[in-house]
Design a protein. Structure first.
Length: 209
């Protein structure tokens, strides 16, 4: 069963407060999301495997550690997921980036894919699906399905804020996927918004309404 990790690092919690605040403007909101994504990437990569190499320091030969070549892929869900990619790339610049675009069918209210562009070797990569909000879980579940049917085998989900309903939906449909959050909020309201949440992440990132 996939695990749920809620990061309680003081810097993440501090910055998340200003991300939530409705007085925070687009420029500052974007910068804060970028910074929190970097801090979350630091936590999410804690278990990456290492290997030992021999190097020459200015003083002597030394045995030291480097990442063991595990290939990573970042998969933002368009469009709001784009706001977290650069923050993660600050720490993991060699990661490949794919994109999954989904829209909600107005009749069925289910997510439908409209754009998918992925690294050619996703079956070899550990993929991190990125979306700031995990509300009903519909988009995250569909994005994970999109990856699995194209051969992905190792997938994690990374979100700023989640509602318990969304977490349960992903755990039920994809029990093999670990979920990483900066906060678990109270609930969804009748419109499907996370409470207290932060509003519409895409609109706040890109200054749209």
């Amino acid at each position: 069963m996939g695990k749920v990790y809620v990061f309680d690092h003081p810097l993440i919690q501090h910055k998340l407060t200003f991300i939530r605040d409705k007085k925070t403007g687009t420029k500052e909101f974007r910068e804060l999301v970028d910074e929190v994504a970097t801090l979350m990437a630091f936590e999410i990569t804690r278990d990456l495997p290492l290997q030992e190499v021999t190097i020459e320091t200015p003083v002597s030969e030394a045995k030291s550690k480097v990442l063991a070549g595990k290939k990573l892929g970042l998969i933002p869900i368009l469009r709001a997921g784009l706001g977290m990619v650069d923050g993660i790339l600050n720490l993991i610049p060699a990661a490949k980036v794919g994109h999954v675009g989904l829209y909600r069918d107005p009749d069925t209210l289910k997510p439908v894919e409209y754009y998918v562009k992925l690294p050619s070797d996703i079956e070899e990569r550990e993929l991190i699906v990125i979306d700031p909000m995990l509300a009903t879980g519909g988009s995250a579940n569909e994005a994970i399905h999109v990856l699995k049917k194209r051969g992905a085998r190792q997938i994690r989900l990374m979100c700023l804020i989640a509602a318990p309903e969304g977490v349960e939906a992903v755990k039920k449909e994809h029990p093999d996927v670990d979920i990483y959050l900066a906060a678990m909020d109270e609930k969804l309201n009748e419109k499907g918004y996370i409470v207290p949440g932060l509003g519409d992440a895409g609109d706040r990132l890109f200054g749209t309404k």
